[in-house]
Design a protein around this ligand. Structure first.
Ligand code: PHE
Ligand code: ZN
Length: 853
């Protein structure tokens, strides 16, 4: 079945430079809830041919257009769709000033792009193409200029990009000297309060720092400020990057489509990535706040000072900035734990994407709606590709290339070609083949075979990348394969070496070995591939016990669990080898508790389904769920004593601190709790819920109680206690469908969605509930189609208010093709129902038609 839609496709190959240079943009805002006036002046210089073409959404009420002060008349311009064209005949000479005066209605804006109101605060979101809903403008990232902004409003705090020029009651002026594209513009006006600090840069300049929040939230903003200061320091120390304005402002808003936004000098954050206190935020929340504050701050150089030529180059800023925030977190916390967590995310989201109808290259070459390409592939795989580059050119090569990148491209709107060129020029390496990682979609399958002959070990690799939409033929890629060898007694006999695979099939030999070693391969997950090798349970258990590479160690445990689950989903008994090996590791007090916690987790059910499907077996979500539960229970039964010991031992004395050490102990303790709750009917969880001194413990106990079917009272209590805290209530909405028995998950979701406090237009609330359901693999894929139906109902409703959120959440359906005929039919019917919705947005239309293609 092919689902067509009527929207236009944009192609990378069609890129043309804008025919005007932008010398300066001046904006004047007179804010009011339903009639905000925006006056703009753009100083332009002609550099190419043609009329002046500007973007402008349908919501702009046009009041006046002028060139050099002369008001334009109807014959001077045309307005069609989202495009305003000023005829060449109306443009004098080479340089002129274009003026527009428009009126907009932020109070009616439910899309949360452009200018909107959130809890009485005016706020903007312009990436990717939101500025065109504020005024007429060349809304493309390669048109850059300095900005002067004046804001008139009755709100007390008036913010924009750059440095403040003047503030008086009801009025403020800002100047941003750094040329920037419109997507980095921001404005905030609200009755806000700040926590403030300062940072002295490496060259001795003092920068004023503020985190702006609603009154009452100040005591939950301190961790964000600490994270900002750490980020600023780290970017100076590791990348030599200094901040370049007198102020850096962060604002927390409750209604936000994404995590956060790197607007120049004025980062705007989803409040869930700013506000945290021990009572309201979990260790994971703190972790994420630190990482995202860093991410947005790092964009000041990788994104803002050097931006993207066009939106096809999105990975240029996002892949690199994710890579940088991952490095930062590894330095701040545990590097091995961070690496394993990143691989978990990559597999859960990006491999899943690559395996299905939404697969696309890290640098896509066409799209209908760019907002549909803020994906795990662009972000997470984009970061992996940089990790591979770094491994291939070495740390010194990477540093030289990055120095050259900042030097050569500061102030530019750059491309992936520019990025690869700095690596070629700095290191002398030819990256023509490497570039396929950017242009070709799909996850390579890498097969390794071993041959042993009298002291010589030969490793033969074969790479195959399955076809993806529009790309049938996949030539071989450069794959860095990090390998080490472990001798029979558990000692490492060869340290890590990076094999560079460039052919479809290739062999590498290790000579002079005394006894046959066990191969530790793809160390540190050196390439985003699916590795396939013949290693039996004993070999995996051996690596889990002895490998010096923490990633392969963890991976070996995961391999044991996956194999066991795969067999159990087809009727086998729990694998004693897995259970024994995992107990051995869990009980080893010499091992970091965070690492033990990671090893005790089971691979997600969705991944088991992916793996079965990869092997040509139609996955049965109910059987996978039963296998998951049964294996967890078997671990609990066999190791009850050990788990109980860990549960009692891993408490953290003293007041809660969101540091890595404490978080590690709480993580191990909470996995122990989850396992033990399968045996004790929720007794420990009930006690922990009652006594918990922080949200990390509280929330883990609540989830365990739900799984034990004993959460009724706890859910009421939790709701009563936190009813006035939106972020905590999001957790309440999320965990119920996520932890529910799969047979109940859809009904629970529907019931919760009918509550008065299900404020569905708030993206966090909507994502919590519907995302909670789709995180419940067997619940979303319930055989009767109830999970599909409730999701489709809500996506249709959401599409009318906020197309970005509807489109993004629709990817819950991206794996429909994996399942049995009954489920396929039901999920396709749900998708068809979405496709048939009158006035469906371009966003959701593109997603649904790709999924149904
Ligand atoms: N550029 C933001 C980030 O990655 C993400 C974002 C995209 C936010 C689009 C809002 C809108 O940091
Ligand atoms: Zn980013």
């Amino acid at each position: 079945m092919t689902q067509k839609n009527a929207f236009q496709t944009q192609y990378l190959a069609d890129y043309r430079p804008y025919p005007f240079r932008l010398n300066e943009t001046r904006l004047r805002f007179r804010l009011s809830d339903h009639a905000t006036e925006v006056e703009s002046e753009l100083d332009l210089t002609r550099e190419g041919d043609g009329p002046l073409v500007l973007d402008g959404g349908a919501g702009l009420k046009l009041l006046r257009l002028a060139i050099d002060g002369r008001e334009l008349e109807p014959g001077d311009f045309t307005r069609e769709g989202e495009v305003l064209t000023i005829a060449e005949t109306a443009l004098p000479g080479t340089s002129f000033t274009f003026e527009a005066h428009v009126r907009i209605d932020p109070g009616a804006n439910t899309t949360f792009e452009g200018l909107y109101l959130s809890g009485g605060m005016f706020c903007t979101q312009c990436e990717a193409e939101g500025f065109r809903h504020i005024t007429f403008y060349p809304d493309r990232p390669d048109v850059m200029g300095p900005f002067r902004v004046s804001i008139e409003s009755t709100k007390s705090i008036l913010l924009s990009n750059g440095n403040p020029v003047s503030t008086a009651p009801g009025r403020a002026e800002w100047h941003d000297p750094w040329p920037k594209p419109a997507y980095l513009f921001a404005l905030v006006a609200g009755d806000l309060v700040a926590i403030s600090d300062s940072f002295t840069t490496m060259s001795g300049r003092e920068v004023a720092l503020n985190v702006w929040v609603r009154p009452g939230d100040q005591d939950r903003a301190g961790f964000a400020m600490e994270s900002l200061i750490k980020s600023m320091k780290w970017d100076e120390e590791v990348y030599g990057r200094e901040y370049d304005l007198d102020v850096f402002n962060i604002v927390a808003v409750d209604d936000f489509n994404m995590g956060a936004m790197e607007n120049k000098g004025l980062n705007i954050f989803n409040s869930k990535l700013v506000l945290a206190s021990p009572e309201t935020a979990t260790d994971d929340d703190y972790n994420r706040i630190e990482g995202v504050i860093a991410h947005e701050y790092f964009h000041n150089w990788t994104g803002n000072r050097i931006t993207c030529r066009d939106w096809f180059q999105l990975c240029l800023k996002e892949g690199l900035t994710v890579f940088r925030d991952q490095q930062f977190t590894s330095d701040m916390r545990s590097a091995p734990v961070k690496r394993i967590e990143d691989v978990q995310t990559l597999r859960a989201r990006q491999f899943r994407e690559d395996q299905g109808p939404l697969a696309h290259p890290v640098r896509p070459d066409h799209y209908q709606e760019i907002n549909n390409f803020y994906t795990a592939t662009v972000y997470e795989k984009g970061a992996e590709v940089i990790g591979m580059l770094k491994r291939l050119v070495g740390d010194d090569g990477y540093k030289a290339a990055l120095d050259l990148y900042f030097d050569r491209h500061d102030g530019d709107a750059a491309t992936i070609e520019d990025w690869l060129s700095v690596f070629e020029d700095a290191t002398g390496r030819d990256l023509a083949q490497f570039k396929r990682w950017y242009t070709d979609a799909g996850t390579p399958r890498l097969r390794m075979d071993e041959a042993w002959d009298d002291g010589k070990l030969t490793l033969s690799f074969t790479q195959v990348t399955p076809p993806t939409p529009g790309q049938d033929d996949k030539p071989p890629r450069v794959i860095p394969i990090a390998v080490g060898l472990i001798g029979p007694n558990g000692d490492e006999v060869r340290p890590t070496e990076v094999l560079e695979m460039t052919e479809a099939t290739q062999s590498f030999a290790f000579e002079g070995l005394g006894a046959r070693p066990t191969v530790s391969v793809l160390r540190g997950f050196s390439a985003p591939v699916v590795l396939d090798r013949d290693l039996d349970d004993a070999g995996r258990a051996f690596l889990l016990a002895h490998d010096t590479d923490p990633f392969v160690r963890w991976e070996s445990g995961r391999g044991l669990a996956l194999t066991a689950l795969q067999a159990m989903a087809q009727g086998a008994e729990p694998d004693p080898a897995y259970i024994a090996a995992i107990g051995e590791l869990a009980g080893d007090d010499a091992v970091d508790p965070a690492f033990r916690a990671l090893c005790l987790q089971l691979p997600p059910e969705d991944e088991v389904a992916a793996r079965l499907s990869d092997a040509g077996i139609v996955p049965d979500p109910d059987a996978i769920h039963a296998a998951h539960l049964r294996l967890a229970r078997a671990v609990a039964e066999t190791h009850e004593g050990l788990l109980d010991r860990l549960y009692r031992q891993m408490t953290v004395p003293g007041a809660y601190i969101p540091d890595a050490e404490g978080a590690a102990r709480r993580a191990l303790r909470n996995v122990a709790l989850a396992r033990l709750s399968l045996l004790d009917g929720g007794a420990r969880a009930a006690a922990q819920f009652a006594d918990a001194g922080n949200m990390t413990e509280r929330f883990a106990a609540l989830a365990a109680l739900i799984r034990a079917g004993k959460a009724e009272g706890a859910l009421v209590e939790f709701h009563e206690e936190f009813a006035s805290n939106r972020l905590v209530m999001d957790k309440w909405y999320m965990v119920q469908p996520a932890a529910a028995d799969p047979s109940q998950a859809a009904a629970i979701t529907r019931k919760l969605s009918e509550r008065d406090d299900f404020d569905w237009k708030n993206p966090n609330r909507f994502r919590a509930l519907l995302g909670g359901l789709s995180a419940n693999h067997a619940g979303f894929h319930a055989a009767d189609g109830a999970g599909y139906d409730v999701t489709a109902d809500w996506l249709i409703r959401m599409d009318g208010a906020n197309p970005q959120i509807a489109a993004r959440m629709s990817s819950a359906f991206e794996t429909w093709w994996r399942y049995d005929a009954g489920r396929r039919e039901k999920s396709l019917a749900a998708l068809q129902r979405i496709a048939d919705t009158p006035r469906l947005s371009r966003n959701t239309s593109e997603m649904v038609s790709r999924m149904m293609a």
